[in-house]
Design a protein. Structure first.
Length: 266
């Protein structure tokens, strides 16, 4: 996933997974003097939740001597996430959960911020649990080609897309939590107020129930995804990637999803 002289941006939300990743990469980086680390936190503008996480992320970065950048929805999109959700909820045709919007907006924010600091790679703390949940969600949404795109190391498919890596993709969430507790890492425990509405919760419960009965099943699912992905990639590669006519960010459509959300809201 890494080269010895990479500048690596780490997406740090302040939760246990991202703060553990920050610690682990900081430790590894000490052996590679030409490598550089920088943390990026997305401030969505979620009242009573993100403020605390921002403080925790900043505190961890300061302790490890890692530069910390904050990118906010307000500065990037003109609205906080709370304001966006209030507007979107007024639309009669809105059937998506807040996380479905937030995921799209966060992805763009992280890419823009990583590009701005000239990072070679963007590391996210997606765990084995996240990967298997995302796989199941893509099936439930009928969006199977996303399985090809959301892989542990993305291809350099567009010069404006910073390569994404997921160093924890084979690490169960319980282990990152254990690491954080054992190391005494400070992280945010409070859940996001919008999280309970997400379909991801049902996917999580379903997978945890099966894993309890059949230990190791999440690894089996992960390996199965790896095996079917090449076939899906062949189909997905035909989609092509252009630039959004509105903001210029990479997209497979004429208007990228974030600009579609803005239009829908306005
Ligand atoms: Fe965004 Fe959903 Fe995560 Fe909250 S739980 S920060 S709304 S993706």
């Amino acid at each position: 996933m890494f080269k010895f002289d990479d500048k690596i941006a780490i997406a740090v939300s302040g939760g246990k997974d991202s703060v553990s990743l920050l610690r682990v990469l900081a430790k590894i980086e000490q052996k590679y003097p030409k490598a550089q680390l920088a943390a990026i936190t997305v401030d969505e503008g979620i009242r009573g939740y993100r403020d605390e996480a921002l403080e925790i992320a900043a505190e961890n970065c300061k302790m490890l001597g890692i530069e910390h950048h904050v990118v906010s929805f307000k500065e990037l999109y003109g609205y906080t996430f709370d304001q966006m959700i209030r507007r979107l909820k007024q639309k009669a045709d809105d059937r998506l959960t807040p996380c479905a919007y937030c995921g799209v907006l966060r992805r763009k924010a992280l890419n823009v911020a990583s590009r701005k600091i000239k990072a070679d790679k963007l590391a996210t703390a997606h765990t084995l649990d996240d990967e298997t949940q995302t796989f199941l969600l893509n099936i439930l949404h009928g969006d199977v080609l996303r399985i090809a795109k959301e892989k542990p190391v993305t291809d350099g498919v567009h010069p404006k897309l910073v390569k994404r890596i997921k160093p924890f993709c084979e690490i169960p969430e319980k282990e990152t939590a254990l690491y954080a507790y054992v190391k005494g890492v400070k992280f945010q425990g409070k859940p996001c107020p919008y999280a309970s509405e997400a379909l991801r919760n049902d996917a999580r419960m379903m997978l945890n129930m099966v894993e309890d009965k059949h230990p190791g099943i999440k690894f089996t699912i992960f390996k199965s995804i790896e095996r079917i992905r090449p076939a899906l990639e062949e189909v997905a590669s035909k989609e092509g990637l252009g630039e959004c006519v509105e903001c210029g960010e990479p997209t497979t459509e004429r208007l990228c999803r974030t600009c579609q959300i803005r239009q829908q809201m306005e």
